[in-house]
Write a protein that binds this ligand. Structure first.
Ligand code: GAL
Length: 935
């Protein structure tokens, strides 16, 4: 390269870097937390001095105090759900899956580079179950009373830099319940530290949702909200550009905006475009809106937001239209949890679950009954699944309106979201109070997003003179099939949807109901009294054009709510799939009813019946979307039936081992076939990964199906034995599940029984810097083991807030008056004297007005420190100094120059007070030039 070129590249780089380094930095805070399960009671405060200090900022006590000794606590990474680690216990709450929740504490220390000084620092917890209190450096900074809303905390005023250590403490009260389902316990969603310029785009501060104009063109009225925590008002330039997925700029707008100091302001820039590729279910195209904030010509913040172009319409007579095209909502309701993971579900597993649903024909998802994680909605955007986003707490008072506003602000850019639901089944839904609340809540939603309708999932009150259906845009029916027509007739102008239906019971792989064993057959014959079978539930919706569609309760089983049973059952029966995502019969029923343009055929039961069943009539069901179905046993035609698209087809077949086969026809032509076959005894194990490789980024996860095969390689559906797993390579086993609602086997560990032929192991990768492999071996008594080698591809890891191992710090000192004569280092401070010594800290020097000054700090030694002795390190101690501990002189620094100085605390003695007596000349500077550590 010639010199000129080199220079140009060099300057271009400096120019770019100086801009880019100013943009916001998002660091994962998931690594290296200390955790204690249980509550840590706060010390009882009796003395006046303690009472006085307890009331002061920065002086939290107990485990909330920065200096609390947590070295014995467990170290773990987030997301974390401690409830799923606990055993099933009949004395615990049935709805929460009989798992102890209780209390837990998390602590995390971190340092900030001196170059971070002056930046705006925000700590984000995406979700903590359930009530959380959060401290930074001994000051309480946030209380979050909802397990499903995020906490965004400006920690800038509390932050310390350089050698000084910051401490976050989080107390989680998971005894508090917001649901009647398994809610998990702990910091179960991602946690972040965002470093921004003092003038910045606030969190969720870009609203960029395209709308179609009457002219046929599209407009994004991009609303950008900015904050200025700097010390001067500024005039910033805001630039918004619309880009295609491929990065092509379509349109750009720019405007300046004044933001006063410690204030916020927003600006709306309207971008227009024509003929964008639409966001559709088949091809969910996403565009990017890039926001750039400039100050004095330099970029100080930037953010990329995804959006999609699509229109929605709910019609009172003809249902729902996406992009002008009629679409029936084929939806499912779901809770958050998965086998073995509880509610701490990695994105890769969310993706797996959504993919399973989509393969079943699902086009809509109801987040019942709470907001999901932000990354979950990104997946729905990307995969083309429509979402009903639901608020958790039904209340129109300020704190709960704040929760609702958070939901709308966070989620309103997602093209996948088509409905805001303000509540589920509230007893006040048919009252004046309920109506007044929904009126207000709906208004709050509209203020933030008027482009999507508001709904509420009502299970009653629909015909009361004043009820919430009068305050929403779309009425959602939970169950109440009987009410569909009546309500429509009495309210012909209100668009309707089923918001929840079915609630049928099924146990995967079981074909005989056994009430005493809490087992349901898989013929779709059992439903809750308020619900319907899968077949009847859908028929009622499909036959009513005015209904936009429905949402089956539920897509997947979930921990807790084992209705209609209770202990020893610990998870639900409602799922179309079990806890692991293994399909039950309902899965194929919905496939047959919902998949368009794809031939479906499935046959139940499996064809392994005991010898005494030979000749007995077995109920056979062929599930298909054919016109006619023929059934054959061992090649012999059993019968032919016209297919019933709602009911499916059933026969009574005298059992003979062998092959049972169904063939589906349309206009006489075969379109589908399915065979079930009698297998031999299991002889070996098989491991089937959901994907061929994983990313070595420390977060990717992979579900692996475990099966037992006979000598001909056929899966044996009755295998129920224990399987052991061993893993080697850069990863770990994070869950073992089998979908049996009656199983109490641990869901963590490396052992799990097959349930009706299947189990699931989920592995998660470590961070790798090269391509590697993980080897998983499954073994069981009498079986040939299975070995699976999974390629781990090197992939960029997230940037993390570095984990530090720090010594404890003595950073809270009291400083005496300065004096000319030497004071007594043993001098006591009266309990009620709050004023003759003043609070001080480390890292700064004092100009002396006398010759002597004393500093005093309390110290708390652990049992270990007393037993083995401890040490205090004063960094950059400046001035001559005597060090005293509980009235004993333990060290002396005889020179005045700043230097690191160490003193030992002899073992077997409990010290509680350290005094440092400085000596210097008047006008000289003395004090703690750096931190004071003890270990
Ligand atoms: C509904 C409720 C759901 C679930 C379901 C079980 O009433 O909204 O959360 O409890 O019943 O059938």
């Amino acid at each position: 390269m010639n010199l000129f070129l080199k220079k140009t590249v060099y300057f271009a780089c400096i120019f770019l870097c100086s801009f880019l380094t100013q943009a916001q930095e998002k660091l994962s805070f998931n690594k290296g937390w200390k955790f204690y399960e249980g509550d840590v009671p706060f010390p009882v405060i009796k003395g006046h001095g303690q009472s006085y200090m307890n009331a002061k900022a920065g002086s939290a006590s107990g485990a909330a105090a920065p200096g609390y000794d947590d070295h014995n606590w467990r170290t773990l990474n987030l997301p974390h759900d401690w409830a799923i680690e606990n055993p099933c216990d009949s004395t615990e709450n049935v709805s929460q899956g009989y798992r102890k929740r209780g209390f837990g504490w998390y602590r995390r220390k971190f340092k900030l580079d001196p170059s971070d000084r002056g930046k705006h620092l925000e700590l984000q917890f995406e979700g903590i179950a359930t009530y959380a209190t959060i401290w930074i450096n001994g000051s309480v900074v946030h209380r979050n009373w909802c397990g499903y809303t995020s906490s965004y905390i400006d920690i800038t005023p509390f932050a310390k830099y350089g050698d000084e250590v910051n401490t976050i403490a989080v107390r989680v009260d998971a005894n508090s319940m917001e649901g009647w389902w398994y809610e998990g316990a702990g910091i179960y969603r991602d946690t972040w530290l965002i470093k921004r310029s003092p003038v910045h785009i606030i969190t969720d501060g870009v609203y960029a949702n395209p709308v179609k104009l009457a002219s046929g063109r599209w407009e994004i009225p991009a609303e950008i909200s900015l904050q200025n925590t700097g010390s001067k008002p500024v005039i910033a330039q805001v630039e918004v550009g619309l880009y295609t997925t491929a990065g092509k700029l379509l349109e750009k707008k720019e405007q300046s905006i004044t933001i006063n100091t410690l204030d916020t302001n927003s600006v709306t820039l309207k971008i227009q475009t024509s003929n964008p590729a639409l966001w559709t279910l088949e091809s969910p195209t996403l565009y990017q809106v890039k926001t750039i904030v400039k100050l004095n010509g330099g970029i100080i913040d930037s953010l990329s937001t995804k959006c999609g172009f699509r229109t929605l319409k709910f019609d009172a007579d003809s249902g729902f239209f996406l992009n002008g095209k009629h679409v029936k909502l084929k939806g499912v309701c779901n809770h958050l949890d998965h086998a073995g993971l509880g509610v701490a579900v990695p994105d890769a597993i969310q993706e797996f679950r959504l993919r399973k649903l989509k393969e079943m024909g699902v086009n809509a998802y109801r987040c019942s009954h709470n907001p999901p994680s932000a990354s979950f909605l990104d997946l729905c955007d990307r995969m083309g699944i429509m979402v009903m986003d639901e608020n958790r707490n039904f209340n129109s008072s300020p704190e709960y309106v704040r929760q609702l506003q958070w939901l709308i602000r966070r989620d309103r850019n997602h093209p996948s979201i088509i409905l805001w639901s303000v509540f589920n089944e509230e007893p006040m839904q048919g009252t004046e109070i309920g109506y007044q609340m929904v009126r207000r809540m709906s208004h709050e939603v509209k203020k933030l997003d008027a482009t999507r309708p508001v709904t509420a999932a009502m299970n009653g009150g629909l015909f009361d003179p004043v009820n919430v259906s009068q305050a929403v845009d779309i009425v959602g029916f939970n169950y109440q099939i009987w009410a569909y027509d009546r309500f429509h007739k009495e309210n012909p102008t209100i668009p309707l949807t089923s918001s929840e239906d079915v609630s049928a019971f099924m146990t995967r792989g079981e074909y005989t109901t056994n009430n005493s064993k809490h087992v349901f057959d898989s013929y779709d014959t059992h439903a809750a009294d308020w619900g319907a079978t899968h077949r009847n539930g859908w028929k009622a919706i499909a036959e009513r054009p005015y209904l936009a569609g429905g949402f089956v309760w539920t897509g997947f089983d979930y921990h807790g709510e084992p209705t209609p049973h209770a202990w020893p059952t610990v998870s639900s029966f409602f799922g179309i799939m079990d806890l692991c995502g293994f399909p039950k019969t309902a899965y194929y029923i919905h496939q047959a009813q919902w998949l368009e343009g794809k031939a479906v055929m499935h046959l139940i039961p499996d064809w392994n019946w005991p010898a005494d069943s030979i000749g007995k009539n077995i109920k056979v069901m062929a599930i298909s979307n054919a016109e006619t179905v023929k059934l054959f046993l061992n090649g012999k035609l059993i019968g032919e039936q016209k297919a019933d698209k709602y009911e499916m087809n059933t026969w009574r077949v005298p059992y003979q081992p062998g092959k049972l086969m169904a063939i589906g026809y349309v206009r006489g032509k075969e379109i589908s076939r399915y065979t079930v076959e009698t297998t031999g005894a299991p002889v070996r194990l098989a491991l089937n990964p959901d994907r061929a490789s994983v990313k070595g980024n420390g977060i990717d996860a992979l579900p692996i199906t475990v099966e037992a095969l006979d000598s001909k390689g056929r899966a044996v559906p009755y295998a129920n034995f224990k399987v052991n797993f061993t893993l080697s390579g850069p990863g770990r086993i994070v869950s073992v599940g089998n979908g049996d609602p009656n199983s109490h086997e641990p869901e963590k560990g490396n052992v799990r029984s097959l349930f009706n032929g299947l189990a699931q192991v989920i592995i998660q990768t470590d961070e790798t810097s090269t391509d590697q492999t993980i080897t998983l071996i499954a073994s069981a008594e009498g079986m040939k083991p299975a070995q699976l080698v999974i390629p781990v591809k090197q992939a960029p890891a997230l940037s993390y807030v570095p984990v530090i191992s720090s010594n404890q710090l003595l950073d809270k000192w009291l400083m005496s008056e300065m004096s000319i004569s030497k004071p007594d280092p043993k001098k006591e401070i009266a309990e009620n004297d709050m004023n003759s010594w003043q609070p001080s800290t480390t890292g700064k020097l004092q100009k002396m007005t006398g010759k002597y000054v004393m500093y005093r700090s309390n110290i708390k030694l652990s049992k270990q420190q007393v037993e083995r002795g401890s040490e205090i390190l004063f960094k950059q101690l400046t001035g001559k100094a005597e060090i005293w501990a509980n009235g004993e002189k333990i060290g002396e620094k005889t020179n005045a120059e700043p230097s690191d100085f160490k003193v030992g605390l002899p073992k077997d003695k409990t010290y509680s007070q350290i005094t440092v007596l400085f000596q210097s000349g008047v006008n000289e500077k003395t004090g703690f030039g750096g931190v004071v550590e003890f270990r």
